[in-house]
Every structure is written in structure tokens, then in C-alpha cells.
Ligand binder design. Structure first.
Ligand code: ZN
Ligand code: ZN
Length: 268
């Protein structure tokens, strides 16, 4: 069911073939419309796109910049800027939280351990996701965990985040994000990368206008200045990438022209 690629220092696991919402999902309401995956996400029928954010105790998303860069700006502007860019400046109605009031704290007893497998993450999503993705009103579920990704080889303590196939579920691993420094920017960069996977970038559901698929490294981009470049997967790589973001006041578009072109081409 699950195909995964592994690389040394892998910091984001991209589970390509996790089945879209399990039929045996215990939280499924038989009368509810089925979850829709990424197909058509950039198409004209989509009227809204909601990012639902839940977090474990001690793992809240950053809603302020730290240190000297603090101020009134929200780091979530980085995410919004990049979502808007994928839609070529004409997104559907976006619901992107910016404050913890707009996100949901989950109860501590939902998290008996520190390691989370794909199945653990999907179980949490089945339990706490409030908003299934619908054809016209799409949603992505993002959960911040106070722990680590785990697979058959055990704990993966350099994995920053994962995007689980076509489920629209993204998990963020707070201790790993915290370990890099520049936490708000690293977190937002990781989120942009994972949403890129969820949206089907780089030959993972979206057609390529020009070939930029670094096939050796999974669904990653051959443009090393693009947030979908594979080394963003490493804690060292994301640190270098984020270093180039410091100093400017305005959030930058982190996707390269090739990835943007693929999303724009899917708008028809
Ligand atoms: Zn990736
Ligand atoms: Zn790219």
C-alpha cells in the first residue's frame, strides 16, 4: 500500500501511494460525501481551500517570528504567499489560520508515544480532522506533533514533515523543526514543501509543462533554487535554503518557475 523512498538525511518523507482516505476509516460517516484527493485542485470548480491545523500539547505552530525579526508580521504570510503563487495570484477563497485561536489544541491523551508511523498519523487524522476535502471546497489537514516520524527502520529524527499520498494529510515534527533554528521560517518552508507534495507537484499528479523531475530523488524538482528541490528534505538543506530568506521584509515565493508553471497549467 505504501511506497516510500529513503535517502540519507531524509527530512521529509513522501509517501506517494498511501490510499486516499481508507474505506474502513472508523470515523467515516456513511452518508458523508467521499473525500476527494488532489485531482482538480487548481481547476476552476474549486471555490475554497481550507487548511485545518491541529497541534499536540507542546508542539504549537509558530505564529510569531523570533528574536530581532519579531514584529507584527506573521510567518504564515510565507505559506499564504506561496499558495497564492501556485494559483497565479487568483486563488479560491483561502482559509489559512494565523493565530493559535484559529488552530485546535488536541488533548494530551491522544498521543501516547513519541513516534508516529503513517498509520498512527492517519488514525489521528481520522479522529480529529473536522473537514473532509470536497469537490468545490477543498481542505488539507495539518497536524503538529511533539515527536518523530517512524517507519520500519524506526525513529527518523531528521524528518521535518510528511505528506501522506493523496490523503491531504500533512504531519509536522516539532522537535526536528526546533532543532534547526530560525524555527518560524524553517517551519513555513517545510509546510510549503509538504503542501507542494500534497498538491501533486513534480510529476506526482500534476503534469509537467517542462521536464524538471529529479526522478532519482522521488517527486522533487531539478531546480536547486526551488523549495521542491530534494535537499530541502535535510535539516542542513533547509537551513541553507532558509538562510537565503533572511533579511527581506516580504515573504518570498519559494517555488521555482517550473513548479509554478505546472500548477498554473492545471488551472484549466
Ligand atoms: Zn519532499
Ligand atoms: Zn520546482
Amino acid at each position: 500500500m505504501i511506497a516510500r523512498w529513503r535517502w540519507p538525511l531524509l527530512a521529509c518523507v513522501f509517501a506517494a501511494a498511501v490510499a486516499a482516505c481508507d474505506d474502513d476509516d472508523p470515523a467515516d460517516d456513511p452518508d458523508a460525501a467521499p473525500h476527494v484527493g488532489r485531482a482538480g485542485l487548481f481547476g476552476p470548480a474549486v471555490q475554497s481551500l481550507t487548511f485545518e491545523v491541529d497541534y499536540a500539547p507542546g508542539a504549537a505552530p509558530e505564529v510569531r517570528y523570533g528574536g530581532l525579526l519579531a514584529g507584527d508580521r506573521s510567518p504564515w504570510e510565507i505559506f499564504e504567499t506561496n499558495v497564492v503563487a501556485l494559483y497565479d495570484g487568483q486563488p479560491p477563497a483561502l482559509n489559512i489560520p494565523r493565530t493559535l485561536d484559529e488552530m485546535q489544541a488536541l488533548p494530551a491523551d491522544a498521543f501516547p508515544g513519541d513516534d508516529f508511523t503513517v498509520d498512527d498519523i492517519l488514525d489521528l487524522a481520522a479522529r480529529f480532522r473536522d473537514r473532509p476535502s470536497q469537490p468545490m471546497d477543498r481542505s488539507v489537514y495539518m497536524i503538529w506533533l511533539d515527536g518523530y516520524y517512524a517507519d520500519d527502520s524506526g525513529r527518523r529524527d531528521t524528518v521535518l514533515g510528511v505528506s501522506l499520498g493523496d490523503t491531504g494529510v500533512i504531519a509536522m515534527f516539532k522537535p526536528v523543526i526546533d532543532s534547526v533554528g530560525s524555527t518560524a521560517r524553517v517551519e513555513q518552508t517545510t509546510l510549503v514543501h509538504e503542501f507542494g507534495h500534497a498538491a501533486g507537484l513534480v510529476n506526482n499528479g500534476l503534469m509537467q509543462v517542462d521536464d524538471h523531475h529529479d526522478a532519482e530523488h522521488g517527486a522533487h524538482c531539478s531546480n536547486e533554487d526551488c523549495v521542491m528541490y530534494w535537499t530541502i528534505e535535510s535539516t542542513a538543506g533547509v537551513r541553507d535554503f532558509v538562510g537565503t530568506l533572511l533579511g527581506g521584509d516580504d515573504p518570498r515565493v519559494l517555488f521555482g518557475a517550473e513548479c509554478l508553471a505546472d500548477a498554473h497549467a492545471a488551472s484549466e
